[in-house]
Ligand binder design. Structure first.
Ligand code: MSP
Length: 531
């Protein structure tokens, strides 16, 4: 494959998470969304690269390792294990795990630095200002709280720095960036975030420092080893290193030959500036094409309050998935929160949503339909297709363009919209069965009508399970298997576009089979007891 096969490939990134601590629910949220979107692209038969990983250099990590009395690399390795184990528990199917301490990463950073240096975009100057180690970012005095506390990490005081640093000539790219945002209005999404960036850029861009002194934990600046490369300059390039094949020689050309440019960077709103301003300017300086999109999602709150260690109200993603299972956690965050908006976690609501949508609506529709199929059709699926239904049929009508609508939603990274559209059909199945009462028709010996109703219900449930598989792969697999398909959505089988064309449409698949007994696909959850 080369870069011209654009429509056949899809590259998506999560941020490379800091390893100062084990993963929190915020990192899990981004990674679950990215995983669902990547899964949908794979269903369509595309070659997909989902990149996640860890950002391991810088003062924050060095200090955390010192506090824990271990070498930084040992500390990083431990935390990386925790990230990988959470991704496994949550059924995240990433293709690359990019670590900024990986040996091949330094070669990429050095070569990139060299290009930008040759471009004349790096110079030595004096940096003075307030630095937040937790943000790894210089702050303007006006952004700070009293006594120079950071407004983001309200329990952390910023530190005064006055040192020689190398600077990147960001100001030179003001016009290029403004033209980029104007010519590609969907480069930054959602629109509210785009406006924030436009306002920031309109105020005039200042060059930023890309080296630190008195810091060992990082790569040295190739031309001046007293300096260490600033953690963000190093980390963003982790996306490029991730594109290398495992044993490929680490050169920019190799890294960029197959998968570049990246289709979308999915990040939280707090790191938008780095991705939507600094990153494209750095790439432009190195003469490289730009990524297609930066999507800044919102923040999670708990019971309406900002989550954080200071309030002691963080959610442990390990505990959540151990208690409720991967599909439950995925469904809540991906169906309930509109990507781009802040979203709240409340355990009572969590249980309500899951019990209602997954047990009462989805599970029950399958269960009752299979029960009736056994009773009225000896468990044999009636041999019908969409051609046997008119456009005014309530389920065919909702199902006929559901595949297209779900595709649109997933392509816009809007998993909640996809779920909403799909659940409109699942809810309609239950209503349709109630309204058409096949048990009465059976008594009246209207077998053809009974079969038509049951096929329409089964086909709607199948289609829904298929389109929900990026969000709840475990439950979708159970449904598919009960409908007689040998498919496990958690297996990484390579799919063809034709497979998508038949499975994503209502009434196109051949369904000639006798089914087994139904078994529950989702067991109702209970709130943990208080003691
Ligand atoms: N290391 C940088 C990213 C470098 S990318 C080249 C970083 N890491 S982080 O671990 O601090 O943050 C990772 C992500 O978690 C960010 O996208 C951030 O927005 C997200 N979240 C942190 N707290 C969050 C919530 N409470 N809710 C949702 N996401 C949150 O920044």
């Amino acid at each position: 494959m080369n870069n011209s096969d654009d429509k056949l490939k899809f590259v998506l990134t999560t941020p490379l998470y800091y390893v100062n601590d084990v993963p929190h629910i915020g990192s899990a949220y981004t990674t679950m969304v990215a995983d669902a979107v990547a899964r949908f692209q794979r269903l369509q038969g595309k070659s997909v690269l989902l990149i996640t990983g860890t950002d391991e250099h810088g003062q924050k990590i060095q200090r955390t390792a010192m506090e824990n009395d271990v070498e930084p690399q040992v500390h990083c390795d431990r935390i990386v294990d925790a990230f990988k184990s959470l991704w496994q528990k949550l059924d995240i199917k990433y293709d690359r795990f990019s670590r900024t301490t990986a040996p091949n990463h330094q070669a990429i950073v050095d070569e990139f630095f060299e290009r930008v240096w040759q471009q004349g975009d790096i110079y030595l100057d004096r940096q003075q200002g307030w630095y937040c180690v937790s943000c790894e970012e210089f702050k303007e005095e006006r952004e700070l709280l009293e006594n120079h506390y950071c407004a983001v990490h309200t329990n952390k005081q910023t530190e005064w720095r006055d040192e020689e640093n190398y600077f990147f000539r960001l100001s030179k790219y003001q016009q290029l960036l403004e033209e980029l945002y104007a010519s590609q209005p969907d480069f930054i999404e959602p629109a509210s975030r785009r406006n924030e960036v436009l306002n920031f850029v309109q105020q005039g861009l200042k060059d930023f420092s890309i080296s630190r002194v008195n810091l060992d934990w990082g790569f040295p600046i190739p031309i001046d080893k007293k300096h260490t490369i600033y953690v963000w300059f190093d980390a963003l390039l982790g996306y490029v290193t991730a594109l290398l094949e495992p044993d490929e020689r680490p050169t920019l050309n190799n890294a960029l030959s197959k998968w570049w440019p990246i289709d979308a960077h999915l990040i939280g709103k707090d790191i938008l500036r780095f991705h939507a301003v600094y990153w494209p300017a750095m790439l432009a300086s190195a003469g490289l094409p730009l990524p297609k999109k930066v999507f800044g999602h919102g923040f999670l709150t708990k019971d309406g309050l900002k989550m954080g260690k200071t309030l002691g109200n963080t959610i442990d993603p390990f505990a959540l998935v151990d208690r409720y299972g991967a599909d439950a956690v995925r469904y809540y965050f991906l169906a309930e929160i509109e990507l781009g908006k802040d979203g709240d976690f409340n355990e009572t609501r969590f249980i309500e949503v899951l019990n209602n949508d997954l047990a009462n609506v989805l599970g029950n529709s399958l269960n009752r339909t299979l029960g009736m199929l056994k009773k009225y059709c000896q468990s044999k699926v009636p041999l019908l297709t969409s051609a046997d239904y008119g456009l005014d049929h309530p389920l065919f009508n909702l199902g006929k363009d559901l595949g297209a609508r779900a595709t649109q939603a997933y392509e816009n990274l809007q998993t909640s919209q996809a779920c909403e559209a799909i659940f409109t059909l699942v809810r309609a199945v239950n209503k349709y069965i109630d309204d058409s009462a096949p048990w009465k028709l059976f008594k009246q010996e209207k077998q053809a009508e009974v079969e038509s109703i049951l096929f329409a219900a089964l086909e709607s449930i199948r289609l829904s399970a298929y389109l929900l598989s990026p969000v709840i792969p475990g439950i979708s697999s159970k449904i598919y298997q009960q409908l007689g398909f040998d498919r496990d959505f958690n297996q990484g089988e390579v799919l063809l576009e034709e497979d998508f064309q038949t499975h994503s449409q209502w009434g196109k698949l051949s369904f000639d089979r006798t089914l087994d007994k139904a078994s529950p696909v989702f067991l109702k959850l209970e709130l943990p007891s208080e003691d």
